[in-house]
Design a protein around this ligand. Sequence first.
Ligand SMILES: NC(=O)c1ccc[n+]([C@@H]2O[C@H](COP(=O)([O-])OP(=O)(O)OC[C@H]3O[C@@H](n4cnc5c(N)ncnc54)[C@H](O)[C@@H]3O)[C@@H](O)[C@H]2O)c1
Length: 249
Amino acid sequence: MKFENRTAFITGAAGRIGRATARELGRYGVKLFLADIQLAALEEFCNTLQQEGVEAHPILLDVTDPEKIRETCNSVLAKAGKVDILVNNAGKWPQGSILDTSDEKWQEVLELNLTSVFRVTKAFLPSMREHSYGRIVNLGSIAGEVGLPGYCAYAASKGGVILLTKTMAMELASCNITVNSVSPGMIQDVSRPHNGTWLGRSGTGDEVARAIAFLASDDAGYITGADLPVDGGRILGPKGLDWKLSSAN
Ligand SMILES: NC(=O)c1ccc[n+]([C@@H]2O[C@H](COP(=O)([O-])OP(=O)(O)OC[C@H]3O[C@@H](n4cnc5c(N)ncnc54)[C@H](O)[C@@H]3O)[C@@H](O)[C@H]2O)c1
């Protein structure tokens, strides 16, 4: 994959998919600004990356704090000059059906998973427009494509992320800024057998990271508004029918 002198900002970078994405982009020489609420974990991770020759800067940022987002964005741009790649990855998925999700919980999940994507993106847009270049990759979820009972706020927030992605893709196309989402499903620290996916296993953070990196690369310039599921085929038609590929064909 091609990355020509690129700088990336990744939220939720201390987590499973955030770390894997940082590692993947770092392999291609992308300069990294890594944000999370877990500063100690992030500092340790950045030290490791730096020892491997990757330029990585840890940043304490709560993406639900609009003032802090603006400050962080300004200081990153002052240091780096530009941010070419933005990965809106911070998120969480608390359980709760419509009946047992309070107003407060609903607001909290929407603020973190959806509103933060709007705010962090908005903060970096003037600079991307000035440089006429941008690759924005948002983390959706298969729950945002087909729903997920017992996770009503989460599914709604991720559905919002997917449609915000498509809308921004249309709005920002003339500025040479692409906006896509990656929708993982069944991702764990290591791949394990899983009956719910057509591939018969769960996926790993590295597998999601490679999809994110491709959409963030210079090579993906003609892809915008796409939502790419990385889910082992989880949301394809129902699994469970007794079906086998005939060896005769
Ligand atoms: N793991 C999966 O199976 C899966 C499936 C679908 C979607 N996703 C999405 O992928 C993204 C990453 O998931 P993951 O599996 O790496 O989760 P994770 O819990 O390992 O990482 C999430 C990171 O976000 C950080 N974070 C939480 N609140 C924050 C805040 N207010 N400000 C800044 N950072 C904050 C956490 O500290 C953590 O490091 C999420 O948006 C998630 O919804 C994951």
